[in-house]
Design a protein around this ligand. Sequence first.
Ligand code: ADP
Length: 477
Amino acid sequence: MEIFHIGAECYPVAKVGGLADVIGALPKYQNNTENTVRVVIPCYETTFRFQNDFECVHWGKLKLGTFNFPFSVLKEKTNKLGFELYLIEIPELFNRPDIYNYRDDIERFVAFQIASLDWIIGRNSIPDIIHCHDHHTGLIPFMSKYCPKYVKLKNVPTVITIHNSLYQGVFTFNKLYYLPEFDLIHIKELEWGNCINSLATAIKCADEVTTVSPTYLNEINYSGNGLETLYQRVRNKSKGILNGIDLDIWNPENDSMIAANYSIATFSEGKQQNKKKLCLQFGMNPTKPLFSFIGRLYNEKGADLLPKVVTSAFTTFKEEINILILGYGETEIENKLTQLLSTHKGNYNIYIGYDEELAHRTYASSDFILIPSRMEPCGLNQMYALRYGTIPIVRRTGGLKDTIIDFEDDGNGICHDQASVEDVCDSIERAVDLYKDKEQIDKLRIKGMNTNHSWKNVSQEYLELYNLITTKKYESQ
Ligand code: ADP
């Protein structure tokens, strides 16, 4: 099979969150003697772009309504990521340091999708599967099906994977002219809430809809950011497939980013060595339990609860615990968390920003990782934590519910139900008790480290899905 994964991020080329980890790993596990896997993302100004060798395999001019943008397709020469990586270079729109949050994001990603398809139809072969990820590629299933320009792709099965239903790529019909010509009889496929909604379009037009965990699929049927009825309508072509993690990258035994490597046999000393170094950097005492948070500082992540959680936890435990926060996002949350520095110096610290290495070091050093999310389509942090012998403290939602069970129910972590300061603090209290019971906490750490969340099985599940929709499509023609 020739499989195209098209998305906005890919680790280690360009990463904001879990989307990058998935697009950087799943294709690697699918690429084998039977399948050729190609990953297509925009060409941003990231260090990977400048530190690696690329060859230009295509250049052209894309039409975005009345605008014309020159673009080229750059292929990474060595396939060092384990698959063929292609960057769509549209200098005017993507030669910028950040991935998102520009005023012309709609123009950027519609242009990216058009350029991707322009290039794909110009190649000698037709893909067997086009796998789209999130709303940034949501118009592809529509355009490949209904735009005469892309008629060659009309019968190519498409999959949309929803990594986060909150972001939908919505824009007004004033910009309809951005899309290549199509028969207006199909215009309803683009519409949701009187606007063009990229994610809704993909959900309607793709042959299969997948979410990144089974529980998230159930949840969005009644809490789906305005798309509930649509999710209900497409239930018979939807599947929840839990993400895996890349065991090559997330492995405490050979992770070059952490201070000391360790295995199941040596985790006790190994984690302590890591913790010592991290605590030294952040002015904390490594003999105390370390609670960490790693993630985007937004309400959806429950990050708005953190300032009160920190205050309340230190009121209860005084100087008995350490808390470290690594993230960036809402200015208000960043400010509140920063203000707490002066009050809890020596036990609390925060790094505002994005730092991949620090994230690895934090997973390796922490005793507990806080994941109080309001919603979590899959969540990778809890799986990384398990792998590094760190106990996840999670709210039971989405993929967190599918991966973490409370230790009192013979599980692998600490769970609560409400996204509230009280529930998170209650879990911290239970964690402090657990920390005092070395035998029990060590048992839990070993259990976590033994969990296998490899992409190997998951990638097989996707391949079976591709086969199924290909057969269905063939039979219906
Ligand atoms: P998201 O909703 O952000 O995609 P996930 O749990 O799926 O959440 O994935 C988050 C990924 O981003 C993990 O690899 C995590 O380690 C990483 N991450 C999040 N915030 C930061 C940060 N500030 N610095 C480094 N890595 C981060």
